[in-house]
Design a protein around this ligand. Structure first.
Ligand code: SF4
Length: 378
C-alpha cells in the first residue's frame, strides 16, 4: 500500500478519528476503487483517490483511538474504515484484521460496526469469530440496484459475502444495510422483494435514503446520472411515499428479519441491547420495532437529571446552556461530535436548538414530506 503526501488530502481526512452518530470512527486508510457514484468521499474531494493509502500504522491508529477524548472503554460504539475506503478490499483487509486483534487483545468489549459491500471471505470470518471481547457487527450495504454506472461492483459479490457471513457467524452479527433507497432507482416492487429475500439471512435490516449534497449533484450531472430530487440537503433524503411503500411491501413479504429505521437500533437489537442512541426518545421511530426489543428499550430508558448533565459537561469541558425534556436534552452550538459523545454516554438523545428533527421525518431531509410535517418532533 502506498503512503501519501498529507498535503494532497482534505484536512478532515487527516484527522483519523472522528465521531459519527453511529460511533467513534477510525479511518487511517483512505482511497477506494469501487466507484459508487454517490460515495461520501465526494465531500472530501477524495473520490479520485482509487488506491487505498495508509496514513498511520495500525498500532499508531489504535493508540490514537483509545487515547482519544471521546473513547470510553466498553461503552463507546466504534466504527472502522467507514469514511474513505472499504474494510475488505484486498489492500485493506489485513489492516482490518490487525486493528480488531489489537483492540480485542486489550479486552475492550465495545460494539464495533464494520460497513462493507466487498468480498468477505471464510478466512475473514475465521478471524472475526476468533475475537473474544469486541462485539462486532458487519453491515453489508445492499441496494438491489442493477450493476452499472451507479454501483459498478457486481451485486453477486455482495450476495456471496452475505452468504459466507451468514454461514459462519456465531458471535458476529450481520445487518443488511439497505441503502441508498431512491425513487426510480430501486423502489420498484421486484427490487424491494428481491432485497428482502436476500435479507432473510441477516440478523436485522437497516434502511435509509441518499445523501444528495452539492458534491453528489455535480458528479451526477457530469456523469449523466438521473436523480429524482431537484434540491440538495445536508441530511439524507428518503421521501415519505417511498418509505410507506417499503413498509407495505415488507409487511406483505412476511419475512423473519426485523426492519429498523436507524442503524444503531438494528445493531443494538442484533446484540440484544437497548438502542445506544436513545432513539426510544422519539417514539414514532419505534412503531416497526419487534415488541421484545421495545420492552428492552423501555426498561433501559432513563431521563438524565440536571446534575448528571452538568457533571458530564464540566467533566468534558463542554459549554452550553441546556434544557431536559422527556425525550431529549436540548443544547446550543456544541457541534455534532460533542453531542454524540454525550448521547452515547447517557443513552439519551442530545439535540441542538438550531437543528431540530421534524415530526414524521425521522431525522431525514424535508424533501418528499408534506408541509404539514413541520412541527419539531416530540
Ligand atoms: S424500541 Fe425504538 S429505540 Fe429501541 S431499538 Fe426499537 S426502534 Fe430503536
Amino acid at each position: 500500500m502506498s503512503k501519501i503526501d498529507n498535503i494532497t488530502l482534505h484536512p478532515a481526512l487527516l484527522d483519523i478519528v472522528d465521531y459519527r452518530k453511529s460511533g467513534l470512527s477510525l479511518n487511517h486508510i483512505v482511497g477506494c476503487p469501487l466507484n459508487c457514484a454517490y460515495c461520501v468521499r465526494h465531500f472530501f474531494d477524495n473520490f479520485d483517490l482509487k488506491k487505498p493509502t495508509i496514513l498511520a500504522t495500525d498500532e499508531e491508529a489504535v493508540n490514537t483511538l483509545v487515547s482519544h477524548q471521546f473513547f470510553i472503554p466498553h461503552l463507546t460504539p466504534l466504527q472502522l474504515f467507514n469514511r474513505a475506503t472499504d474494510p475488505f478490499l484486498p489492500d485493506v483487509r489485513l489492516h482490518t484484521h490487525k486493528v480488531l486483534q489489537l483492540l480485542d487483545e486489550r479486552a475492550f468489549t465495545n460494539l464495533m460496526l464494520i460497513i462493507t459491500r466487498y468480498k468477505v471471505t471464510a478466512e475473514d470470518m475465521e478471524l472475526l469469530e476468533s475475537l473474544r471481547h469486541l462485539r462486532v457487527t458487519l453491515l453489508v450495504t445492499y441496494s438491489g440496484l442493477p450493476d452499472g454506472e451507479i454501483e459498478p461492483l457486481s451485486h453477486s459479490i455482495t450476495r456471496k459475502s452475505i452468504e459466507t457471513i451468514a454461514k459462519q457467524k456465531r458471535r458476529t452479527k450481520l445487518i443488511l444495510y439497505w441503502r441508498p433507497i431512491v425513487p426510480g432507482w430501486n423502489d420498484d416492487e421486484e427490487t424491494i422483494r428481491h432485497t428482502l429475500s436476500v435479507a432473510e439471512q441477516a440478523d436485522a435490516i437497516a434502511y435509509t435514503g441518499l445523501f444528495y449534497r452539492p458534491e453528489q449533484e455535480n458528479y451526477f450531472d457530469k456523469e449523466g446520472i438521473k436523480i429524482p430530487y431537484e434540491l440538495t440537503h445536508r441530511r439524507k433524503i428518503l421521501p415519505a411515499e417511498t418509505e410507506a411503500r417499503i413498509l407495505k411491501l415488507y409487511n406483505e413479504f412476511g419475512g423473519s428479519t426485523p426492519l429498523f429505521r436507524k442503524t444503531s437500533c438494528a445493531v443494538s437489537f442484533a446484540h440484544e441491547l437497548p438502542d445506544y442512541n436513545g432513539h426510544y426518545g422519539i417514539p414514532e421511530l419505534c412503531n416497526i420495532c419487534p415488541q421484545h426489543q421495545v420492552k428492552r428499550c423501555t426498561a433501559a430508558y432513563k431521563i438524565p437529571s440536571t446534575e448528571e448533565v452538568t457533571t458530564l459537561l464540566n467533566m468534558y469541558g463542554y459549554e452550553t446552556d441546556f434544557e431536559i425534556d422527556d425525550h431529549h436534552v436540548w443544547t446550543i452550538g456544541l457541534g455534532e461530535q460533542k453531542r454524540y459523545h454525550l448521547q452515547h454516554t447517557l443513552g439519551f438523545q442530545i439535540w441542538d436548538r438550531g437543528l431540530p428533527h421534524l415530526k414524521g421525518q425521522h431525522g431525514r431531509a424535508p424533501i418528499g414530506y408534506p408541509e404539514s410535517f413541520s412541527d419539531p418532533t416530540i
